[in-house]
Each structure stands twice: as structure tokens, then as C-alpha cells.
Design a protein around this ligand. Structure first.
Ligand code: NOJ
Length: 673
């Protein structure tokens, strides 16, 4: 009896002891909610911290102990002004680390290391319907990504997001390179540089130079079934997420469980490090496609520039570009010039001289114009070993396109095609929805997956901005999504600094079909030298590159050899020097050989660089084929003057290069031993 009494007493004591421990640790956990939970990058340079203060979640980011983002809000407002951000407690949190290396089917580098520390914070409302969500941070050596996840829950199933409260409050007023959001020409604007307190609402990627010398770029990764993020200035040193609305004013319609896209903050000691960041790709899901055999990086000619300069027309008539005869002639040019892909635009019914106006144009995706025979052209191309690239211009009339998409894509697949360019000219999809709202995001995703079904690799023009989805769907080869070369055909032209800005802005989002390669420059609105046109194949990354000029302008020009040689798929990429808006020099190693290629470009200023060739392999000799601006070259007075020379180099060589005003230089380093 006494023994039983003692045992009960002991059990009671143990229970009290555990209750006290639990109580104390709960108090500790609660107290911790006011404390910051740090997550560091593997090299310790970058630190993000998360905390809850008065029921609201916040984060901050530092780089080498310098504050970059200070107390920045997180959370949502749902419909009926229902805030999901001010009554939260931290239920628990978990930490983990990722270190894996994956291989890209194409890209700026063959292997990518996904190396970061991760922390997930599970939050719930303290009272009321006790809705919950989680915020996951991943901190890499090149920046920070975070996203929200909504688990399956009875109190929050299908709902509408009216606002995402995510903000990016910089410690100081940074300088930003920006293009405006909510404008009719989508992403096709020249970048301007201003302090962030002077911005209105801008697109991402938004690239920033901080007063402490750090470079940053804010963007998003894995944008799926959500609205794209634009950024609104608070007119001080902060920016707030501004989700692109539907035409009815709502932002995102979702059903739990779901994840938002990742909000990304790339950080670099210098501007060049932004270009080689792999953060956005690492935050996307691994490849979901089983068959990659049809996805082929390539260079291509096109029945294209001729229409933009007014030599030919898109529509049927006396100067129609896409006739059977001209298509065969261009296929012969492909053979003659050694380029194995050809794009043909304007072959189908529906083109009129008003094709570019904002209207529900009705294009057919299967019926040819009377002067174009698809089967005949496809057979001719096959016989000559040339791959045709299909073209669907939707004119943003999605209602007209989607019922025809299967037939249009099947026709291409049956004709032996493996690539397609798809255009969305127009200010709104269906004259109603923004290209970059949730409607557009879902539309582009649908088309991409449909193309994979028909084994077609896609080049979207007037696209949604890229967010690294090419990792999951590598058939997404490239997109336009910026002011490309076509503006040099019919506007005032792109100024010389445009191409030394976009590698640090638009191109951080992913590959761009810029369509360089104009050789007949004199008297046009192309504000570069010819050597700079060659260098653009290095400074603008894309696994598909157009050789955009009329093919007759290439015939007999010795500089064309560089365009024949330059690869579109790379083993390694190194930035040798970089100053946004001023100059950029990039070297890349070919994926299929030991050769390296260099592209160096400048704005309207002439420049000289001494470049140590330390990237070349030790102990190897290389024959350098150099395409430099001629002595008297200048983008506005003498753009076509090129000097081609050869020299022997090793990794000990310091190469002196000189760029003319608006000029550039392109070099192939051929490995000799
Ligand atoms: C605009 C595209 O950017 C261009 O490449 C295309 O030729 C025209 N639209 C016609 O669709």
C-alpha cells in the first residue's frame, strides 16, 4: 500500500515536472516569437531573419553584416478586406539544408549547384477561424528566396487574394533600373535609372545598386497559377508587391493547398554576379518532361526582318514575304550559309495590313494563303536538311487561338517541325486581361504544356516574363519580353546603352529571343557597329539565336564566319567586366568542345580593356579569331567597319581590346592541344 502510495506520489511529481517544463518551454517559444529567427547562406555572407511582432510577420536581410532589407512586411489581404497578417502566432518551425547538383539540358552552364539553408515557419491565426499558412525561406550564397504555402484546411479552401503585403524595405534609397508596369506595350520599354523613391509601379526583375556598393535584383521564381508581381514604390526606400489584377479588380483566385511563387532577392558584390546567379533556376521544380529529344538549341534564319523593314509584307499581296517560292529560296540560303533552322512568318490566313492593331483579329492556324503550300515547303525543307520553325501569331485573340491550338500544333508535328514561335501582339489578352495577370500566367502555361504534348519547343513573343520555368519545362526555350531588335527596324531604334542594360535586367529572368545579327547597318536605325552585333551573341544569352538580317546581306561577308561558329549552348559562363549601362565583357566555354568565346560591348563611349585570359586552360595554346571594330568604326558614322585578325594566346596572355563608340568585339579561342 505504502509502495503504491509512493509510486503514485512519484508519478505525480514527474507529471508536475513535465507540465512545468512544457509551460516554461511554451513561454520560451512565445517569447521567441518576438525574437528573430536567422537563416544564413552556406558561406555565411547573407542572412535573412524572420519574426512575428504584435501578430504580424516580418523579415529582413543583411549581406556581409550590412543591412540590405530592414523590417519588411509579409502576409495577405483576402476579399472583403479580410487581412491574413495581423493575428498570427508561430506554431513551429523547421530547418534544413540543401546541397545537390543538377544538369541542364541547355543553359549558360551545364551543371548547377543548388546549395542553400532552408527554414519553414508554420503560422496560424491565434483566434477566430485559425487559418494557417507557412513561409519558407531559402538562403543561398547568391541571395534569398521565400514563398508562402497554404495547406489543405477547412477554413480556407477556395478564396481570392486581393493584395499580397510582401514588401522590400531597403535600408537606404537604392538606384533602380526600371521599366513601367501596366502599360500597353507590355515589357517593351527602354530601361531608365532612378532612385526608388521616384518610381511608380514597375516590372521585375528590378535591378538595384545600393549606396553601400551591393547590387540586388528583385524578381520571382516559379510563377504558376498566380498573378505576376510588380513593385510599387512607397516613395521612401521601400517597395511593395503589387499583384497584376484581373479585369474585375481581383488579383488571384486559388484553392488550398497551394504555393505562391518564390519572391527572390539576388545579391552580388558587383553587377556581374547578378548575371551568373542560379538562384531563380534553383527555386523551380526539376524537369517534368520525359522526352527531351526534340528540344534542340539552334540558330535560325527567318522570313522576318524583310517584313519589319517593309521590303516584304506579312499579308498576301504583291510583296508577300511567306510565299512558297521565297520559302524555298530561304531554305537554299540556309544550306548555303550553314544554318539549319528557318522561321517563316505570315504564311497563314488572317494577316491584314492592320494586323498589329488592338482588335480580335481572326488568324487561322491551319489554312495557308493561296501563294504558300505548307506541305510542299515542309517536304523541300526536309529534303535539304533544314528544320522549319512554326509560327502562331494569336494577335492576343486567345478565344480564337485555343479552339485551333491542337490542329495547328498537330499540323506542325506531322510536318516534322520541333519548334514553334507563338506571338501575343496586343495590349490585353482577349482585349481584356493583362498578359501578366493570373489569366495570362495560366494561358502561357497551358500553351507550353500543349506544345510539349506535340513535341514542340516554344519561343513566346509578347510573353509572360520568364521566372525559371524552363527548368521544369525545358521546351520553353526563349521569349521576347523586352525591346528586341525589331525596334531598330521601325521605331527610333534602341539606343547604344540598351544592350548594356538588358543583360543586368530583363535577361536576369531568362533567355531572350532578341534577334541580333544585322550586318546592313549603314543608313538604318541600328545604333551599333557590326562587331557589336557579333558580340551580342555572347552578351545576350539564349539557346536559340536568330541571324536576323536578310540572308543576302550575309553572303560573302567574312564576319559571317563568327555567326556560323558561335554556339548557343554553354558549359561555363564567366563575366570579365561589367558596369550597368556602360560596358560588359562575357566569356563562355562551348559545351561540345574546348573552345571559348568572348563578347565585349560598350554604350556610346569608346573604351579599351586589358583582359587577362586566365579563364583559358593552363598549359593549352589557343588560336584567337578576333572580330574587332575597324580603326575608324563608330556606330553612327561608320558602323560596318570590322577588322578580322588572328593571334596565338594562352592563359598568361593579357589581351588589349578596343571598342569603338557603340561598338564591340567578338573572339573565338580555338583550343589547339
Ligand atoms: C511582334 C514580334 O515580336 C515579331 O517577332 C513578329 O514578327 C511580329 N510581332 C509579328 O507577329
Amino acid at each position: 500500500m505504502v509502495q503504491l502510495y509512493n509510486t503514485i506520489k512519484m508519478l505525480k511529481t514527474i507529471t508536475y515536472f513535465f507540465v512545468i517544463i512544457l509551460f516554461l518551454s511554451a513561454c520560451g517559444y512565445k517569447a521567441k516569437q518576438l525574437e528573430k529567427w536567422p537563416i544564413s547562406s552556406p558561406n555565411g555572407e547573407i542572412q535573412a531573419s524572420f519574426w512575428i511582432e504584435n501578430g504580424k510577420p516580418y523579415y529582413e536581410v543583411s549581406f556581409n553584416n550590412k543591412p540590405i532589407l530592414v523590417k519588411s512586411a509579409l502576409g495577405f489581404v483576402l476579399s472583403d478586406n479580410d487581412t491574413l497578417s495581423n493575428n498570427l502566432i508561430l506554431v513551429n518551425h523547421s530547418d534544413s539544408a540543401i546541397d545537390e547538383t543538377w544538369e541542364q539540358p541547355w543553359g549558360q552552364q551545364k551543371f548547377v549547384r543548388n546549395y542553400c539553408n532552408e527554414a519553414t515557419f508554420n503560422l496560424t491565426e491565434a483566434s477566430g477561424s485559425k487559418r494557417s499558412f507557412a513561409i519558407t525561406f531559402r538562403v543561398f550564397n547568391d541571395g534569398v528566396g521565400f514563398r508562402y504555402s497554404f495547406p489543405n484546411q477547412t477554413n480556407l479552401t477556395t478564396f481570392t487574394i486581393m493584395d499580397e503585403l510582401t514588401s522590400f524595405n531597403f535600408h537606404d534609397v537604392a538606384q533602380a533600373w526600371w521599366i513601367p508596369a501596366y502599360k500597353d506595350n507590355r515589357y517593351e520599354y527602354l530601361f531608365k535609372k532612378s532612385p526608388i523613391n521616384e518610381l511608380d509601379t514597375v516590372h521585375t526583375p528590378l535591378t538595384l545598386e545600393l549606396p553601400n556598393g551591393v547590387f540586388a535584383s528583385i524578381h520571382e521564381a516559379a510563377l504558376v497559377n498566380y498573378a505576376s508581381m510588380t513593385l510599387a514604390s512607397d516613395k521612401k526606400s521601400g517597395l511593395k508587391c503589387d499583384l497584376t489584377p484581373w479585369s474585375n479588380g481581383t488579383k488571384v483566385n486559388v484553392t488550398s493547398p497551394f504555393n505562391t511563387p518564390w519572391r527572390t532577392i539576388i545579391l552580388g558584390h558587383n553587377a556581374g554576379e547578378l548575371i551568373t546567379s542560379t538562384l531563380m533556376l534553383n527555386l523551380n521544380e526539376p524537369c517534368k518532361l520525359e522526352d527531351l529529344s526534340y528540344i534542340k538549341p539552334h540558330k535560325y534564319l527567318g522570313i522576318w526582318w524583310g517584313m519589319h523593314i517593309g521590303k516584304y509584307s506579312f499579308w498576301e499581296g504583291p510583296i508577300h514575304g511567306a510565299t512558297t517560292a521565297r520559302s524555298k529560296e530561304y531554305i537554299d540560303y540556309c544550306n548555303k550559309l550553314g544554318i539549319d533552322h528557318l522561321l517563316i512568318e505570315g504564311w497563314n490566313k488572317g494577316w491584314t495590313p492592320q494586323w498589329y492593331e488592338n482588335k480580335m483579329h481572326v488568324f487561322s492556324f491551319t489554312e495557308s494563303t493561296s501563294d504558300f503550300n505548307f506541305k510542299e515547303v515542309a517536304n523541300y525543307a526536309k529534303a535539304k536538311g533544314v528544320s522549319l520553325i512554326g509560327y502562331h501569331e494569336t494577335g492576343s485573340n486567345i478565344e480564337n487561338y485555343l479552339p485551333q491550338i491542337d490542329a495547328g500544333m498537330k499540323m506542325y508535328q506531322d510536318g516534322g517541325l520541333h519548334a514553334i514561335k507563338i506571338g501575343q501582339v496586343g495590349s490585353r489578352l482577349n482585349m481584356k486581361e493583362w498578359h501578366h495577370g493570373q489569366f495570362g500566367v495560366n494561358y502561357y502555361q497551358y500553351v507550353l504544356e500543349k506544345a510539349a504534348q506535340y513535341k514542340l519547343a516554344v519561343n513566346f513573343h509578347e510573353p509572360i516574363k520568364p521566372t525559371g520555368l524552363c527548368r521544369t519545362y525545358p521546351n520553353l526555350l526563349a521569349g521576347e519580353g523586352g525591346r528586341g531588335m525589331e525596334y531598330d527596324a521601325w521605331s527610333e531604334g534602341n539606343p547604344p546603352e540598351h544592350t548594356v542594360i538588358i543583360p543586368f535586367t530583363r535577361l536576369l529572368a531568362g533567355s531572350m529571343d532578341f534577334t541580333p545579327g544585322i550586318f546592313a547597318i549603314k543608313g538604318t536605325r541600328v545604333h551599333t557597329t557590326l562587331a557589336k552585333q557579333l558580340a551580342l551573341y555572347l552578351t545576350i544569352y539564349s539557346p536559340i539565336q536568330m541571324l536576323a538580317d536578310l540572308p543576302e546581306n550575309y553572303v560573302g561577308n567574312p564576319a559571317f564566319k563568327f555567326l556560323q561558329d558561335v554556339p548557343v549552348n554553354w558549359d561555363t559562363t564567366v563575366v570579365l567586366n561589367a558596369q550597368i549601362g556602360d560596358f560588359l565583357t562575357i566569356v563562355r566555354k562551348d559545351i561540345n568542345s574546348n573552345d571559348w568565346y568572348l563578347g565585349s560591348i560598350t554604350n556610346q563611349e569608346q573604351r579599351e580593356f586589358d583582359l587577362p585570359l586566365t579563364f583559358l586552360s593552363n598549359g593549352k595554346s589557343y588560336s584567337a579569331e578576333i572580330y574587332a571594330d575597324g580603326k575608324d568604326a563608330c556606330f553612327d558614322s561608320n558602323p560596318e567597319s570590322v577588322q578580322i585578325s588572328k593571334m596565338e594566346v594562352t592563359n598568361k596572355t593579357i589581351l588589349k581590346i578596343k571598342l569603338a563608340k557603340g561598338g564591340g568585339q567578338a573572339i573565338r579561342f580555338i583550343a589547339e592541344n
